[in-house]
Design a protein around this ligand. Structure first.
Ligand code: PHB
Length: 390
């Protein structure tokens, strides 16, 4: 009985989703359903992306190809069941033309079947597990992937006196990607991962893990934790005296997140990370972006989440122009292959994988005008997601 009822509900939902799309065509509004974590552990991601999306709209207007752009923001609190329910409501009731946002991987994966069934393009602006773009042919990504950024650091480390490394990652999709791709490349380069530690995503306590690292005495600790958790890692790394024990901290740029970096204190100086965006990226376009973002948001510094949201909006706006206001498959096709200059540098949406190709930078935390920044000192250009070569 229970089983049948579940099946009936699922079948009804699928019918509603499949019939949602055609109704869109006549309407003169173009709706973007932006689902983000606005509260809870990932709230900074929601705050950054919403601010960037609103900045893009303020700068580029709310009328594109004869359509009035309407933004509908929903808070999923990072719970994938909530993300899925909100996405379903946005597609069936609000008849949105695009789903966007997705602060963490489980939220993006939970929504992928809804995008497929309703033929709604889904722009992933934050989540960064490699496999996400393979979960639906309607997904386009404007953030990054963990394999893309981790490999660069595994090339840098052995050339800079780091041979033994302990890895410490959040125990879910992006962390497991970071651990695997970092380790494979470091080993290939003659280095060694001497221990691989995984911490829970929710309410992590880093202390016991860092104690293990101290005992292990590697040349360096490599860390991935999602945006918002970096400051806690940095604090406990210093409190436990790992730096004094001669262990270097290296990480993906999620750890020295521009949203938190300036409050981490001088203990963060010298930390080397690899990532696709720094607020200190020295281009004229980025300077204008950082200034405008900061001005519109009481001095807030944009982080890599913000740039994913900003570029995601550009992908949507330009696609809508190319499709001459059409949605569904025509809109999706026009998102593929876009190439443009972003505040992070030149980016490209690979038409085949729908994933982002971009430069990855090596950066070091330095003080500039009394503030801490990720200062870029090397670049690997046009990096495709290594996860797609498999
Ligand atoms: C993810 O869940 O995919 C994710 C979240 C935050 C990050 C990176 C990846 O900083």
């Amino acid at each position: 009985m229970m089983k049948r009822r579940l099946f009936t509900t699922a079948a009804l939902a699928a019918t509603a989703l499949a019939s949602a799309a055609p109704a869109l065509a006549q309407d003169n509004t173009f709706k973007i359903g932006l689902i983000l974590p606005m509260t809870g552990q990932q709230a900074t991601t929601g705050r950054q992306i919403e601010a960037a999306v609103r900045l893009y709209m303020a700068q580029n207007g709310d009328s594109v190809a004869g359509k009035k752009i309407q933004l509908i923001v929903k808070d999923d609190t990072s719970l994938p069941d909530t993300t899925r329910r909100l996405a379903q409501e946005l597609v069936v009731n609000d008849k949105v033309n695009v789903l966007a946002g997705f602060g963490i991987t489980p939220s993006a994966l939970a929504t992928a079947p809804i995008a497929t069934q309703s033929k709604t393009p889904m722009v992933v602006m934050a989540a960064a597990t490699s496999s996400i773009t393979q979960a639906s042919p309607y997904i386009v990504r404007t953030s990054f992937t963990l394999p893309q950024v981790s490999v660069a650091l595994a090339d840098w480390a052995p050339k800079n006196g780091i041979k033994t490394v302990v890895t410490l990652v959040s125990d879910y999709g992006p962390g497991i990607d970071a651990e695997k791709y970092f380790k494979d490349r470091l080993t290939f380069n003659g280095g060694q991962v001497t221990d691989a530690l995984r911490v829970p995503l929710r309410n992590p306590d880093f202390a016991p893990f860092l104690q293990k690292v101290r005992d292990n005495k590697p040349d360096a600790l490599f860390v991935f934790v999602p945006s918002g958790a970096g400051a806690a890692v940095m604090k406990q790394f210093l409190e436990r005296g790992l730096d004094k024990a001669g262990i270097r901290l290296i990480a993906t740029g999620d750890v020295t997140d521009d949203d938190q970096l300036n409050d981490m204190g001088d203990g963060a100086l010298g930390v080397v990370t690899s990532h696709h965006y720094s607020a200190a990226h020295p281009s004229a376009l980025n300077k204008r972006f950082v200034e405008a973002f900061s001005k519109a948001n009481k001095g807030l510094r944009p982080n890599f989440m913000a740039v994913g949201g900003y570029d995601g909006m550009r992908v949507i706006y330009e696609a809508l122009k190319t499709s001459k206001g059409q949605s569904g498959d025509a809109l999706l096709e026009a998102m593929k292959g876009q190439l443009f200059e972003s505040p992070r540098g030149k980016i490209f949406i690979d038409a085949q994988t729908r994933d982002i190709v971009q430069s990855v930078y090596l950066r070091k935390v330095e003080k500039k005008d009394g503030q801490l920044y990720n200062v870029e000192f090397d670049v690997i250009k046009d990096v495709k997601d290594p996860g797609k070569n498999k």
